[in-house]
Design a binder for this molecule. Structure first.
Ligand code: MN
Length: 332
């Protein structure tokens, strides 16, 4: 039987079967697991004061990730003439842990289960890859770390809203929490440009010693210059709001803004970070399938970003020395 036929027989068409991220093995987090990368969903949008719907993000991202699965192991990049994630997929080094428990109307309990699941993954020595959900979920993820981390936050917005009247858990508050965590060594906020960032947020994040790289500054700095803001070899957590990309690219993102990054700018910056730092986690948030267009391009682009990032992460020098695994080669 041809490989192609076998692939179809095993239900590999993207619209067939139960979707896990990249069709990786589904693992019950309550049971023992061994993986280098642990993907899970944080399907809550109760931190969205405007239009809800990003709770459906993890499911849509998983569905669109299936489009990168073929009868071959890994994905092939024609621009670079080589295959990525070949070994990771063939050897089952990526696991999908399903979703964190979400308790509707009880955001603090949902946050607690997101933190608990992240901590469990870190205890296993795996790198968490978290699919949002709105941007409020980054706070409970980052607080699960115990080692010192540098946080790189891609966004059009500072998400640095003051805590007023006890409101502190929306998607506009996460980075005020994160910046004040003892183990967070630095916070870089990249792609900032929205005219809805307030002067107060701007003054506060600068006052707290964070680095703000506006879109104009990013254009000057470039991907390598940005990556060099993180100390070489340091532990780095990346939080990625899809609205860092230009509005035209993300119709299914409620907070989309003009004058954002091109995909190539974001991709090259993510690659530069995998080469500069030791990546210890990633979240991708604010894909809202309810608002997306019929083709699901925003979910597709979100899945594309995570898949391509993981390909380069697993190919990086830091990753190879961490896992003791060497590049599979994959034809290049
Ligand atoms: Mn944003």
């Amino acid at each position: 039987m041809s490989a192609d036929h076998a692939a179809h027989r095993r239900g590999r068409a993207p619209f067939v079967g139960v979707p896990s991220f990249l069709r990786s093995r589904l693992v019950d987090p309550d049971e023992d697991f061994d993986a280098d990368i642990a993907v899970f969903g944080a399907p809550t949008d109760e931190g969205s004061p405007f239009m809800a719907g990003s709770r459906f993000g993890p499911r849509a991202l998983r569905e669109h990730s299936l489009r990168f699965v073929s009868g071959e192991s890994g994905f092939f990049d024609p621009n670079r003439g080589r295959t990525y994630l070949e070994r990771e997929i063939r050897d089952g080094l990526i696991a999908d842990l399903g979703d964190a428990d979400i308790v509707p109307t009880d955001i603090l309990s949902s946050f607690a289960s997101i933190t608990e699941l992240t901590a469990r993954i870190l205890a296993k020595g795996a790198v968490p890859v978290v699919l949002g959900g709105d941007h409020a979920i980054s706070y409970p993820v980052v607080r699960a770390y115990t080692e010192p981390v540098h946080v790189v936050h891609f966004d059009a917005h500072l998400d640095y809203m003051p805590f007023v009247h006890g409101v502190d858990s929306t998607n506009a508050h996460a980075f005020r929490h994160i910046a004040h965590m003892g183990h967070v060594r630095s916070l870089k906020q990249v792609g900032i440009r929205s005219l809805r960032n307030t002067r107060t947020m701007w003054d506060d994040t600068h006052g707290d010693g964070n680095t703000v790289v506006t879109m104009a500054a990013f254009t000057e700095l470039g991907p390598e210059g940005l990556a060099r803001l993180v100390p070489r070899g340091a532990a780095c957590y990346i939080s990625l709001d899809v609205d860092v990309l230009d509005m035209a690219l993300v119709p299914g993102c409620v907070s989309a803004e003009p004058d954002g990054m091109s995909y190539a700018q974001l991709r090259d910056t993510l690659i530069a970070l995998t080469e500069q730092a030791r990546i210890v986690g990633l979240d991708l948030v604010e894909v809202n399938p309810v608002l997306d267009v019929g083709t699901g391009v925003t979910a597709y682009l979100g899945a594309h970003t995570v898949v391509e990032f993981l390909g380069h992460l697993c190919d990086s020098e830091h990753w190879r020395s961490r896992t003791g695994r060497h590049a599979a080669g994959g034809g290049g």
